[in-house]
Design a protein around this ligand. Structure first.
Ligand SMILES: [Zn+2]
Ligand SMILES: [Zn+2]
Length: 291
C-alpha cells in the first residue's frame, strides 16, 4: 500500500475533470455532427447523395433532385412518362430546370455549413465554363497495317511486305506534316525480325518498314507523339496480311485544337532542312530495300 498524498488527490481530481470535459466536448461534437448530417441529408440529392447545387423540383410531387441525375435518368425513360425516382409519380413533358428559389436557399445553407464544399463547387463551375469555351478536339485517324506483294525473283522469302503508320485528318485527307504529330514509331515483330524504330525529324520521311519473308505473325506497334500534343502513346496490334495488297486499319485519336495549332505553327528548322534532303533519302531507301 502506498500513501495517498495531497498531490495525488489533486491529480485525481484533475483527471476526473478532464474526463468530464472531454465527454462534454465529444458530446457536443457528436450532436453538432448529427445536426450537420441531417442538414446534409436535406441538402443532398437522394440519387447521387451529393450536395445538391443544382436543385430541380418535380412538378407532380415536389421531390427535389439534382439536375445532373435527372438528366441522366431522363435518357433512360420516355419523356412523356417520367417517374419520380422516389415516389414513382409520373409527369409528362419533363425538362429538368433548376428551381432558382430553392437553389438560392440551398447555396446559402451550403455556404454557411459546408464552405469548403461550396468552394469546391465554384472551382468545378469555373472548370466547366473554361471547358465549354474550349474548341472541340479534332478526331484524327491513325492508319496502320501492311502492304503486300509477291516478289517473283525470290523462291523462299517471296512475300514482300511493308508495315506502316500514317495519319488522316478529320476529312480523311493525309497530312503533309504528319512528322510534326508523330515523334516515333516502334515495330515489334515478335522475334521474327529485329525491332524497328522510325523517328521523325531525323532520317526517315515515312514510318514504313519493308521486309521479305515467308509467313505471317503479329506486329506490335507503338506510336509516340510529339510532346506539345500532350497525348499518351498508342499501342496497336496488327496481324501481318498476305491477302492481295495487304490490309489497312484505322484507329481514332483526339487532338486538342490548341495543341495542334501550337505544333503546326512552330517554325522547325530541322523539319525544313530535312525536307530539302528528301529526294536523296528516297533513293537510299529504295536501294536498301533490295539489299
Ligand atoms: Zn444527384
Ligand atoms: Zn416524387
Amino acid at each position: 500500500m502506498t500513501d495517498f498524498t495531497a498531490k495525488d488527490f489533486q491529480m485525481a481530481i484533475q483527471e476526473e475533470k478532464n474526463y468530464f470535459d472531454e465527454r462534454k466536448t465529444s458530446h457536443t461534437v457528436t450532436k453538432d455532427n448529427e445536426m450537420k448530417e441531417e442538414l446534409y441529408h436535406d441538402l443532398n440529392c437522394s440519387i447521387c447523395l451529393e450536395l445538391n447545387f443544382q436543385p430541380v423540383k418535380l412538378a407532380s410531387c415536389s421531390h427535389v433532385f439534382c439536375k445532373h441525375c435527372l438528366e441522366k435518368l431522363r435518357l433512360y425513360t420516355k419523356n412523356n412518362n417520367f417517374p419520380c425516382p422516389l415516389c414513382r409519380q409520373t409527369q409528362s413533358k419533363f425538362e429538368p430546370t433548376v428551381d432558382e428559389k430553392i437553389q438560392k436557399e440551398f447555396h446559402k445553407k451550403i455556404q454557411e455549413e459546408f464552405p469548403n464544399k461550396m468552394k469546391e463547387h465554384k472551382v468545378y463551375l469555373e472548370e466547366m465554363r473554361k471547358e465549354a469555351l474550349e474548341p472541340k478536339p479534332k478526331t484524327y485517324q491513325l492508319l496502320f497495317g501492311n502492304h503486300h506483294s509477291i516478289d517473283r525473283s525470290r523462291d523462299k522469302n517471296k512475300h514482300c511486305w511493308t508495315t506502316f503508320v500514317d495519319i488522316r485528318n478529320e476529312t480523311g485527307a493525309g497530312i503533309n506534316d504528319n512528322r510534326r504529330i508523330i515523334s516515333k514509331v516502334t515495330y515489334d515483330f515478335n522475334g521474327y525480325f529485329p525491332k524497328a524504330v522510325r523517328k521523325s525529324l531525323n532520317k526517315h520521311t515515312t514510318y514504313d518498314v519493308t521486309r521479305w519473308g515467308w509467313g505471317t505473325f503479329d506486329i506490335e506497334i507503338k506510336v509516340e507523339f510529339v510532346r506539345d500534343l500532350n497525348i499518351p502513346s498508342i499501342f496497336l496490334n496488327h496481324e501481318l496480311s498476305f491477302d492481295g495488297d495487304g490490309e489497312t486499319k484505322t484507329f481514332p485519336f483526339e487532338l486538342s485544337v490548341r495543341n495542334l495549332e501550337k505544333i503546326l505553327k512552330k517554325k522547325d528548322g530541322t523539319y525544313h532542312s530535312s525536307r530539302g534532303r528528301t529526294k536523296n533519302r528516297t533513293k537510299n531507301r529504295t536501294k536498301n530495300r533490295w539489299r
